[in-house]
Design a protein around this ligand. Structure first.
Ligand SMILES: [Zn+2]
Ligand SMILES: [Zn+2]
Length: 172
């Protein structure tokens, strides 16, 4: 396990012990869950809670049923670390028995005190796509850019300016 990551996990767990809305859940059992990393090339997943083989979500999940929680390595950079903490909180909620994203889950998720971190998912997704894509389709008028795996070849226009988008090699 990455030492830095396990430290983050402990900090998140200690923040969680102070959230009264989840005090009915076995938060103190979370520190036994191994933390790991997703592959660098992952672009769709930001983090995941992996249950042990044979665990049925319908029968209720506890932290002991979790094999590991994996987080995207790029979320552990200084720029995204607040989002990483929120990701850990999200996956820990799954480990506490809230296996789907239903209403109760979303209510508890919204108790995370770092409000800005809660809305960083979209930006992080874009950051990952930018890192992994070969091309940027750039609007020469407003400067908006869209990461893509293929060239635009003059086929697309900016939604706002109606100007033809130009291909630029992604910096990566
Ligand atoms: Zn989830
Ligand atoms: Zn434009």
């Amino acid at each position: 396990m990455e030492p830095e990551l396990s430290e983050r996990g402990l900090l998140v767990i200690s923040t969680m012990s102070g959230i009264s809305g989840i005090s009915h859940l076995p938060v103190d059992e979370l520190d036994g869950i191994p933390l790991g990393l997703l592959r660098r090339s992952a672009t769709r997943l930001h983090a995941v809670c992996r249950y042990r083989r044979g665990v049925r979500k319908s029968e209720g999940v506890t932290p002991a049923d979790v094999r590991c929680i994996d987080v995207h390595p790029y979320a552990l950079t200084d720029e995204w670390s607040r989002y990483a903490d929120f990701l850990l909180y999200h996956e820990y909620l799954h480990a506490l028995g809230l296996s789907d994203h239903g209403r109760e889950f979303r209510e508890l998720e919204s108790l995370w005190p770092d409000i800005e971190a809660r809305s960083m998912g979209e930006d992080f997704g874009r950051y990952l796509r930018e890192r992994s894509s070969k091309w940027l389709w750039v609007c020469p008028s407003c400067g908006n850019s869209h990461p893509r795996s293929r060239r635009a070849n003059g086929r697309y226009r900016c939604r706002d300016c109606k100007v033809v988008l130009e291909d630029r090699e992604s910096p990566r």
